[in-house]
Design a protein around this ligand. Structure first.
Ligand code: ATP
Ligand code: FE
Length: 351
Protein backbone atom coordinates (compact mmCIF):
# COMPACT_ATOMS: atom_id res chain seq x y z
CA UNK A 1 0.00 0.00 0.00
CA UNK A 2 1.21 3.49 -0.84
CA UNK A 3 -0.28 6.06 1.52
CA UNK A 4 -0.06 9.84 1.70
CA UNK A 5 0.01 11.18 5.25
CA UNK A 6 -0.93 14.66 6.45
CA UNK A 7 -0.16 16.03 9.93
CA UNK A 8 -1.00 19.48 11.31
CA UNK A 9 -2.06 18.98 14.93
CA UNK A 10 0.46 21.32 16.58
CA UNK A 11 3.16 23.53 15.08
CA UNK A 12 4.56 21.31 12.32
CA UNK A 13 2.95 21.14 8.88
CA UNK A 14 3.93 17.73 7.57
CA UNK A 15 3.25 15.43 4.67
CA UNK A 16 4.77 12.08 3.77
CA UNK A 17 4.46 9.14 1.43
CA UNK A 18 4.95 5.67 2.88
CA UNK A 19 4.91 2.37 1.00
CA UNK A 20 4.93 -0.65 3.28
CA UNK A 21 7.82 0.02 5.66
CA UNK A 22 9.56 2.43 3.29
CA UNK A 23 9.31 6.15 3.92
CA UNK A 24 9.46 7.41 0.30
CA UNK A 25 9.29 11.05 1.40
CA UNK A 26 8.73 12.93 4.65
CA UNK A 27 8.47 16.71 4.57
CA UNK A 28 8.12 18.82 7.73
CA UNK A 29 7.63 22.61 7.67
CA UNK A 30 8.26 23.86 11.20
CA UNK A 31 6.72 27.05 12.57
CA UNK A 32 9.27 27.85 15.27
CA UNK A 33 10.09 31.29 13.88
CA UNK A 34 6.40 32.27 13.68
CA UNK A 35 5.85 31.63 17.37
CA UNK A 36 9.26 32.79 18.64
CA UNK A 37 8.05 36.17 19.92
CA UNK A 38 5.20 34.64 21.93
CA UNK A 39 7.08 32.10 24.07
CA UNK A 40 4.77 29.29 22.94
CA UNK A 41 2.57 28.08 20.11
CA UNK A 42 -0.27 30.52 19.30
CA UNK A 43 -3.19 28.38 18.02
CA UNK A 44 -4.58 30.97 15.57
CA UNK A 45 -1.15 31.67 14.09
CA UNK A 46 -0.50 27.93 13.77
CA UNK A 47 -3.85 27.26 12.07
CA UNK A 48 -3.33 30.02 9.50
CA UNK A 49 0.18 28.82 8.70
CA UNK A 50 -1.03 25.22 8.28
CA UNK A 51 -3.79 26.37 5.92
CA UNK A 52 -1.27 28.33 3.85
CA UNK A 53 1.41 25.63 3.73
CA UNK A 54 -0.47 22.33 3.47
CA UNK A 55 -0.92 22.26 -0.31
CA UNK A 56 2.78 23.01 -0.92
CA UNK A 57 3.78 20.49 1.70
CA UNK A 58 1.74 17.72 0.02
CA UNK A 59 3.14 18.67 -3.41
CA UNK A 60 6.68 18.57 -2.00
CA UNK A 61 6.15 15.13 -0.47
CA UNK A 62 4.70 13.71 -3.70
CA UNK A 63 7.45 15.17 -5.84
CA UNK A 64 10.18 14.02 -3.41
CA UNK A 65 8.68 10.52 -3.65
CA UNK A 66 8.53 10.85 -7.45
CA UNK A 67 4.82 10.01 -7.40
CA UNK A 68 1.48 11.48 -8.47
CA UNK A 69 -1.86 11.34 -6.67
CA UNK A 70 -2.88 8.54 -9.06
CA UNK A 71 -0.09 6.34 -7.64
CA UNK A 72 -1.57 6.41 -4.12
CA UNK A 73 -3.83 3.86 -2.44
CA UNK A 74 -5.13 6.06 0.39
CA UNK A 75 -4.98 9.43 2.14
CA UNK A 76 -4.37 9.39 5.91
CA UNK A 77 -4.74 12.49 8.05
CA UNK A 78 -4.38 13.36 11.72
CA UNK A 79 -7.95 13.90 12.94
CA UNK A 80 -6.93 14.72 16.55
CA UNK A 81 -6.01 15.22 19.31
CA UNK A 82 -4.40 18.62 19.00
CA UNK A 83 -5.04 22.30 18.36
CA UNK A 84 -8.41 22.23 16.64
CA UNK A 85 -7.69 24.88 13.98
CA UNK A 86 -4.62 23.05 12.76
CA UNK A 87 -6.29 19.64 12.82
CA UNK A 88 -9.21 21.10 10.84
CA UNK A 89 -6.86 22.49 8.20
CA UNK A 90 -5.34 19.05 7.70
CA UNK A 91 -8.68 17.27 7.64
CA UNK A 92 -10.07 19.74 5.08
CA UNK A 93 -7.00 19.30 2.88
CA UNK A 94 -7.27 15.49 3.06
CA UNK A 95 -11.00 15.55 2.33
CA UNK A 96 -10.38 17.70 -0.73
CA UNK A 97 -7.79 15.24 -2.03
CA UNK A 98 -9.99 12.22 -1.25
CA UNK A 99 -13.01 13.81 -2.95
CA UNK A 100 -10.98 14.74 -6.03
CA UNK A 101 -9.31 11.34 -6.41
CA UNK A 102 -11.86 8.93 -4.98
CA UNK A 103 -9.12 7.45 -2.75
CA UNK A 104 -10.03 6.04 0.69
CA UNK A 105 -9.74 8.61 3.52
CA UNK A 106 -8.48 7.49 6.92
CA UNK A 107 -8.63 9.67 10.04
CA UNK A 108 -5.70 8.81 12.32
CA UNK A 109 -5.24 9.54 16.01
CA UNK A 110 -1.96 11.50 16.31
CA UNK A 111 -1.02 9.39 19.33
CA UNK A 112 -1.58 6.18 17.36
CA UNK A 113 0.87 7.62 14.83
CA UNK A 114 3.50 7.96 17.57
CA UNK A 115 2.59 4.60 19.14
CA UNK A 116 2.82 2.63 15.87
CA UNK A 117 6.10 4.23 14.72
CA UNK A 118 8.20 1.35 16.14
CA UNK A 119 6.35 -0.97 13.74
CA UNK A 120 7.19 1.30 10.82
CA UNK A 121 10.88 1.40 11.64
CA UNK A 122 11.54 -1.97 13.27
CA UNK A 123 8.76 -4.41 12.41
CA UNK A 124 7.85 -4.91 16.07
CA UNK A 125 5.13 -7.55 16.57
CA UNK A 126 1.94 -6.98 18.60
CA UNK A 127 1.61 -6.82 21.55
CA UNK A 128 4.37 -4.55 22.82
CA UNK A 129 4.89 -2.10 25.65
CA UNK A 130 5.19 1.53 24.63
CA UNK A 131 6.28 4.66 26.46
CA UNK A 132 4.74 7.52 24.53
CA UNK A 133 6.51 10.62 25.78
CA UNK A 134 5.90 13.88 23.96
CA UNK A 135 4.93 17.53 24.18
CA UNK A 136 1.46 16.82 25.54
CA UNK A 137 1.53 13.20 26.67
CA UNK A 138 3.37 10.67 28.77
CA UNK A 139 1.90 7.22 29.09
CA UNK A 140 2.66 3.52 29.18
CA UNK A 141 0.53 1.59 26.72
CA UNK A 142 0.12 -2.02 25.79
CA UNK A 143 -0.21 -1.80 22.02
CA UNK A 144 -2.14 -4.88 20.88
CA UNK A 145 -3.33 -3.71 17.46
CA UNK A 146 -3.60 -0.54 15.36
CA UNK A 147 -6.79 0.30 17.26
CA UNK A 148 -6.18 -1.58 20.49
CA UNK A 149 -4.44 0.18 23.36
CA UNK A 150 -4.43 -0.35 27.08
CA UNK A 151 -3.05 2.44 29.25
CA UNK A 152 -1.11 1.14 32.25
CA UNK A 153 -0.31 4.54 33.74
CA UNK A 154 1.14 7.90 32.90
CA UNK A 155 1.56 11.46 34.02
CA UNK A 156 -1.09 12.82 36.34
CA UNK A 157 -0.24 16.42 35.40
CA UNK A 158 2.30 17.78 32.87
CA UNK A 159 4.07 15.95 30.08
CA UNK A 160 7.89 15.91 30.06
CA UNK A 161 7.95 17.82 26.76
CA UNK A 162 6.11 20.70 28.42
CA UNK A 163 8.61 20.58 31.28
CA UNK A 164 11.52 20.70 28.79
CA UNK A 165 9.95 23.69 27.02
CA UNK A 166 9.31 25.51 30.31
CA UNK A 167 12.82 24.73 31.55
CA UNK A 168 14.30 26.19 28.37
CA UNK A 169 12.37 29.41 29.07
CA UNK A 170 13.55 29.45 32.69
CA UNK A 171 17.16 29.06 31.57
CA UNK A 172 16.91 31.59 28.73
CA UNK A 173 17.30 28.94 26.01
CA UNK A 174 15.45 28.77 22.68
CA UNK A 175 12.27 26.87 21.72
CA UNK A 176 11.51 24.04 21.23
CA UNK A 177 13.01 23.46 24.63
CA UNK A 178 13.86 19.77 24.38
CA UNK A 179 16.76 19.99 21.92
CA UNK A 180 17.94 23.27 23.51
CA UNK A 181 18.09 21.79 27.02
CA UNK A 182 19.73 18.63 25.69
CA UNK A 183 22.48 20.63 23.95
CA UNK A 184 22.90 22.94 26.92
CA UNK A 185 23.29 19.96 29.27
CA UNK A 186 26.23 18.42 27.41
CA UNK A 187 29.19 18.53 29.78
CA UNK A 188 26.98 19.59 32.72
CA UNK A 189 26.96 17.77 36.07
CA UNK A 190 23.68 15.83 36.47
CA UNK A 191 24.21 15.82 40.27
CA UNK A 192 24.85 19.55 40.61
CA UNK A 193 21.25 20.30 41.63
CA UNK A 194 19.03 18.08 43.76
CA UNK A 195 15.69 18.12 41.95
CA UNK A 196 12.53 16.20 42.94
CA UNK A 197 11.57 12.81 41.49
CA UNK A 198 7.84 12.86 42.38
CA UNK A 199 5.93 9.58 42.88
CA UNK A 200 9.18 7.65 42.37
CA UNK A 201 8.47 5.28 45.24
CA UNK A 202 4.72 5.04 44.76
CA UNK A 203 3.42 1.75 43.41
CA UNK A 204 2.22 1.67 39.80
CA UNK A 205 3.59 3.61 36.89
CA UNK A 206 1.92 7.00 37.26
CA UNK A 207 4.21 10.02 37.09
CA UNK A 208 4.13 13.73 37.91
CA UNK A 209 6.28 16.44 36.37
CA UNK A 210 4.64 19.72 37.35
CA UNK A 211 6.70 20.10 40.55
CA UNK A 212 9.88 19.86 38.52
CA UNK A 213 9.18 23.16 36.77
CA UNK A 214 8.77 24.97 40.09
CA UNK A 215 11.94 23.32 41.38
CA UNK A 216 13.84 24.49 38.29
CA UNK A 217 12.56 28.03 38.83
CA UNK A 218 13.76 27.98 42.45
CA UNK A 219 17.14 26.48 41.53
CA UNK A 220 17.68 29.14 38.87
CA UNK A 221 16.60 31.95 41.20
CA UNK A 222 18.98 30.71 43.88
CA UNK A 223 21.90 30.78 41.45
CA UNK A 224 20.92 34.22 40.14
CA UNK A 225 20.57 35.56 43.71
CA UNK A 226 23.99 34.21 44.65
CA UNK A 227 25.89 35.20 41.50
CA UNK A 228 23.84 37.88 39.81
CA UNK A 229 23.22 35.73 36.72
CA UNK A 230 23.63 32.35 35.06
CA UNK A 231 26.94 31.34 33.54
CA UNK A 232 27.14 28.90 30.65
CA UNK A 233 28.27 26.26 33.15
CA UNK A 234 25.31 26.96 35.46
CA UNK A 235 23.00 26.46 32.48
CA UNK A 236 24.77 23.20 31.68
CA UNK A 237 24.51 21.93 35.28
CA UNK A 238 20.85 22.94 35.57
CA UNK A 239 20.01 21.31 32.21
CA UNK A 240 21.89 18.11 33.04
CA UNK A 241 20.28 17.90 36.50
CA UNK A 242 16.82 18.42 34.99
CA UNK A 243 17.36 15.69 32.38
CA UNK A 244 18.65 13.32 35.05
CA UNK A 245 15.49 13.87 37.13
CA UNK A 246 13.22 13.12 34.15
CA UNK A 247 15.34 10.12 33.10
CA UNK A 248 15.36 8.67 36.65
CA UNK A 249 11.55 8.82 36.78
CA UNK A 250 11.10 7.34 33.30
CA UNK A 251 13.56 4.51 34.00
CA UNK A 252 12.02 3.54 37.34
CA UNK A 253 8.47 3.73 35.99
CA UNK A 254 9.44 1.72 32.91
CA UNK A 255 10.77 -0.97 35.23
CA UNK A 256 7.38 -1.03 36.95
CA UNK A 257 5.40 -0.90 33.71
CA UNK A 258 7.33 -3.96 32.50
CA UNK A 259 6.47 -5.75 35.76
CA UNK A 260 2.80 -4.77 35.43
CA UNK A 261 2.82 -6.01 31.84
CA UNK A 262 4.27 -9.35 32.97
CA UNK A 263 1.54 -9.68 35.58
CA UNK A 264 -1.05 -9.34 32.78
CA UNK A 265 0.67 -11.29 30.00
CA UNK A 266 3.21 -14.03 30.62
CA UNK A 267 5.79 -13.12 27.95
CA UNK A 268 8.38 -10.33 28.23
CA UNK A 269 7.36 -7.72 25.65
CA UNK A 270 9.44 -5.62 23.34
CA UNK A 271 9.71 -2.16 24.90
CA UNK A 272 9.48 0.78 22.50
CA UNK A 273 9.55 4.54 22.91
CA UNK A 274 8.18 7.30 20.70
CA UNK A 275 7.13 10.96 20.83
CA UNK A 276 9.29 14.09 20.75
CA UNK A 277 11.00 13.51 24.12
CA UNK A 278 12.07 10.05 22.92
CA UNK A 279 14.50 11.95 20.67
CA UNK A 280 16.55 12.81 23.78
CA UNK A 281 19.85 10.92 23.81
CA UNK A 282 20.22 10.88 27.59
CA UNK A 283 16.73 9.41 27.99
CA UNK A 284 17.23 6.93 25.13
CA UNK A 285 20.56 5.84 26.59
CA UNK A 286 19.18 5.31 30.09
CA UNK A 287 16.18 3.30 28.84
CA UNK A 288 18.42 1.24 26.57
CA UNK A 289 20.61 0.41 29.59
CA UNK A 290 17.58 -0.61 31.63
CA UNK A 291 16.32 -2.91 28.90
CA UNK A 292 19.77 -4.45 28.42
CA UNK A 293 19.91 -5.19 32.16
CA UNK A 294 16.47 -6.83 31.99
CA UNK A 295 17.20 -8.74 28.79
CA UNK A 296 14.32 -6.93 27.09
CA UNK A 297 14.27 -5.87 23.44
CA UNK A 298 14.39 -2.09 23.10
CA UNK A 299 13.25 -0.10 20.08
CA UNK A 300 13.77 3.64 19.67
CA UNK A 301 12.85 5.07 16.24
CA UNK A 302 15.23 7.53 14.53
CA UNK A 303 14.97 11.05 15.95
CA UNK A 304 13.07 12.52 12.97
CA UNK A 305 10.34 9.91 13.42
CA UNK A 306 10.07 10.59 17.19
CA UNK A 307 9.13 14.25 16.81
CA UNK A 308 6.02 15.13 14.81
CA UNK A 309 6.01 13.92 11.21
CA UNK A 310 3.50 12.63 8.67
CA UNK A 311 5.25 9.33 7.90
CA UNK A 312 3.86 7.97 11.17
CA UNK A 313 0.36 9.11 10.15
CA UNK A 314 0.68 7.50 6.70
CA UNK A 315 1.95 4.27 8.26
CA UNK A 316 -0.80 4.18 10.91
CA UNK A 317 -3.31 4.92 8.13
CA UNK A 318 -2.03 1.93 6.15
CA UNK A 319 -2.41 -0.35 9.16
CA UNK A 320 -5.91 0.96 9.90
CA UNK A 321 -6.94 0.57 6.26
CA UNK A 322 -5.72 -3.05 6.28
CA UNK A 323 -7.69 -3.42 9.52
CA UNK A 324 -10.86 -2.28 7.74
CA UNK A 325 -11.11 1.38 8.74
CA UNK A 326 -12.31 3.82 6.12
CA UNK A 327 -13.71 7.28 6.80
CA UNK A 328 -15.91 9.41 4.61
CA UNK A 329 -16.29 13.13 4.09
CA UNK A 330 -18.11 13.45 7.42
CA UNK A 331 -14.77 12.81 9.22
CA UNK A 332 -14.48 15.40 11.97
CA UNK A 333 -11.55 16.95 13.82
CA UNK A 334 -11.30 16.03 17.51
CA UNK A 335 -9.41 18.27 19.97
CA UNK A 336 -9.37 15.42 22.53
CA UNK A 337 -9.12 11.77 21.67
CA UNK A 338 -7.65 9.34 24.21
CA UNK A 339 -6.12 6.19 22.70
CA UNK A 340 -7.39 3.93 25.43
CA UNK A 341 -11.14 4.31 25.15
CA UNK A 342 -11.67 2.83 28.61
CA UNK A 343 -9.31 5.30 30.31
CA UNK A 344 -10.36 8.52 31.97
CA UNK A 345 -9.01 11.55 30.09
CA UNK A 346 -5.64 12.74 31.35
CA UNK A 347 -5.75 15.56 33.86
CA UNK A 348 -4.27 18.92 32.98
CA UNK A 349 -2.62 17.77 29.77
CA UNK A 350 -3.55 21.00 28.05
CA UNK A 351 -4.20 19.01 24.87
P1 ATP B 1 1.67 15.31 21.44
O1 ATP B 1 2.35 14.34 20.53
O2 ATP B 1 1.67 14.89 22.86
O3 ATP B 1 0.35 15.75 20.95
P2 ATP B 1 3.38 17.27 20.25
O4 ATP B 1 2.93 16.61 18.99
O5 ATP B 1 3.37 18.75 20.35
O6 ATP B 1 2.57 16.65 21.46
P3 ATP B 1 5.92 16.05 19.77
O7 ATP B 1 6.28 16.73 18.50
O8 ATP B 1 5.59 14.63 19.72
O9 ATP B 1 4.80 16.80 20.62
O10 ATP B 1 7.07 16.38 20.74
C1 ATP B 1 7.44 17.74 20.93
C2 ATP B 1 8.03 17.86 22.30
O11 ATP B 1 9.21 17.05 22.33
C3 ATP B 1 8.41 19.27 22.66
O12 ATP B 1 7.98 19.51 23.97
C4 ATP B 1 9.93 19.24 22.56
O13 ATP B 1 10.57 20.13 23.45
C5 ATP B 1 10.23 17.80 22.91
N1 ATP B 1 11.51 17.36 22.36
C6 ATP B 1 11.90 17.38 21.06
N2 ATP B 1 13.19 16.98 20.95
C7 ATP B 1 13.61 16.70 22.22
C8 ATP B 1 14.85 16.29 22.80
N3 ATP B 1 15.91 16.08 22.05
N4 ATP B 1 14.90 16.14 24.15
C9 ATP B 1 13.81 16.34 24.92
N5 ATP B 1 12.64 16.77 24.44
C10 ATP B 1 12.53 16.94 23.12
FE1 FE C 1 3.28 14.54 18.66
Amino acid sequence: LTVLGIESSCDDTASAVVRGHDVLASVVYGQTALHADFGGVVPEVAARAHAEKLDHCVEDALSAAGLHLADLDAIAVTAGPGLIGGVLSGVMCAKGLAAATGLPLIGVNHLAGHALTPRLTDQVAYPYLMLLVSGGHCQFLIVAGPDKYRRLGGTIDDAPGEAFDKTARILGLSQPGGPAVETSGIGGDPRAFDLPRPLLNQPGCDMSFSGLKTAMLRARDAVVAAKGGLTRLDQADLSASFQAAIADVLVEKTRRALAIYLAIKPVTPCFAIAGGVAANQVIRGRLMQLCASLDTDFVAPPLALCTDNAAMIAYAGAELLAFGQRDDLTLSARPRWPLDKTAAPMLGSGK
